[in-house]
Design a protein around this ligand. Structure first.
Ligand SMILES: [Zn+2]
Length: 65
């Protein structure tokens, strides 16, 4: 398990989405539909896909749900 690196902006916590690398607020759903859940966000959490599946789907241009 690797923890996401948290970036503070104006008192809010952000991380780089592990799927698409966009900067996204912690505990927010990314534009790529990956739901970020803080330190454990790379494990899948509430996402239906695992992170690895999501990364593969994103790389192929498929949607992540
Ligand atoms: Zn994303």
């Amino acid at each position: 398990m690797t923890k996401a690196k948290i970036i503070m902006i104006d008192g809010e916590k952000y991380i780089h989405c592990p799927v698409c690398n966009r900067l996204v607020q912690l505990f927010d759903v990314c534009e790529c539909n990956w739901e970020n859940t803080g330190e454990t966000n790379i494990d899948g959490g509430p996402n239906k896909l695992t992170l690895k599946e999501a990364q593969v789907a994103y790389a192929k241009g498929q949607k992540i749900y």
